[in-house]
Write a protein that binds this ligand. Sequence first.
Ligand code: FES
Length: 599
Amino acid sequence: MSFTIEFQPVGVRLVNEEPLTLLDAARRVGLSLRADCGGAGTCGKCRVQVAASAHPIPPVENDRRHLSEKQIGEGFRLACSAVADGDCKVLIPAETMLSGQVLQTSGEEIDLQVDSPIQQQAVMLPPPTLEDLRSDFERLKDACGLADLTADMKTLRRLPEALRSSQWHINLIHHGHTVMHFAPAACRPLAGLAVDVGSTKLACYLLDLETGCLLAAKGAPNPQIGYGEDIMARLAYAQQGAQQSQKLHNLVIETIQNTAVEMCRQVGIADDSIADACLVGNTAMHHFFLDLPGASLAVSPFVPAVSAAQNVPAEDIGLIGMPGMRVYAPPVIAGFVGSDHLAFLYACAFGRDERKRLGIDIGTNTEIALQKGNRIVSVSTASGPAFEGAHIQFGMRAAPGAIEHVRIRPDGRLELDVIGDRQPNGICGSGILDALGEMRAAGMFNRRGRLEKTHPAVKLDANGMAFFPLSDDPVDGRTITLSQHDIDQVLLAKGAIRAGIEVLMDYLKIQPAQIDEVVIAGAFGSYMLPEQAIRIGMLPEIPLEKIRAVGNAAGAGARSMLVSAHARTQAEALTRRMEYLELSLYPDFDLFYARGIQA
Ligand code: FES
């Protein structure tokens, strides 16, 4: 009886029939885990978390020696000791993974206007005398020239000691007219954190709030993935109770916190230099990081609990930085169109000209915006995770060992590009897109997407099922293939994206030839070849020179809003101009979708 072991966050799976250790399973699919003792059970470095398992994997002596009871309770096991004999999902922590997932932090570079709402100011106060009996706080207000300065009680309680211990010479850090912190000396640099919180990964940036300079950038997998690959599964988990909901909030905040600390250490600044943060994400992530209830996002009509911009004390959501640190969360647009979409459009200057522009962010939910004149209309389409490698037999995320490009030469020879230039152990989104584009050009499937069994490159398995073999050399006994089921999944995904585009063009009465520019965000958008997207019908026929990949543009938008009060105002104004169109209510959506899924 075969069973499947799924490794996250890389999304690679092993189908096996015999019990085996998780370390062996990882090795079979080409994943490199830390195993300093070679699997002897003595180093404790091969720690993984079993997030779900059909058969329990009880802890053994080695686990008890290297893991705390709490960790064991949370499903952590040593991969070299844990034996799987049934379906299971295994989460590999970043510190255990040697071959990392490709986490995109680079993207659209924009000119940052720097006018952070957080300022620091050196203030010299005259000490009190019998002739000058003003209170400490009145004295501070007079000395810094901010007559309407305010402070909460916690801050006021620290003031007398701060003034006297610094001989009345302090560095005042304030947010608008609210005191955040009194530092003994100038804070160099006054740092800020911009984060694009994605469902599978987080892109984190550390910036100097006074210059706008990028100090460090770091990606991290979203550990929530252990609680559901897609948003709906995580929302369902959160609905099980307050503890579960809190767990998902804590996981994302801990990841942001740990990544921020790592970046601070990397550039040699104190963790408490971080005074401000700007967090963007899809609406579910926005609710998770702000610790808002997500129940209304899980059921029709999928409305957010809160959509307006929030500016809250960081401690309210569990982030720790400078005393008084703030967190800005830009507005979300709808239940499935979040602040990451807004940040993407803002970074790409939507709303700042009147060109006809299409903005696409491809993911499990693909958000698409079309601008015409002064109108910007957005939709969200459920494209599924096929382009992230899920629901594809040999699918995986972009990580070493993933086939990222496929070419079929005129003589039928296959050429593969593999991330890390090594033996392939799966195929990621751009490879899947290429493969389908090349297969279509070679006539391997018909208009309905059925594989042509008589085509010389199409093979049949023992049950007569057609498939296309991608790797001629079996890796560890596996041949990487694309099956009819895989092709169906990709056609459904691209059909959903195409239908979203068609609805927007129909709604705003635009023909493909009239579109001035298409910007495609995200890692998949950066690696995919637009000509293949057009070939399989995911994008309409648009000249290639009009199509531009912008990488993690949502991260660029978040950086902009972090360092600029003006950018926040502009982005909030952009939100008010945007229209959201509900695809399921659009009269011809079914027709567009039926056309979209054709091969
Ligand atoms: Fe060393 Fe597992 S490899 S304890």
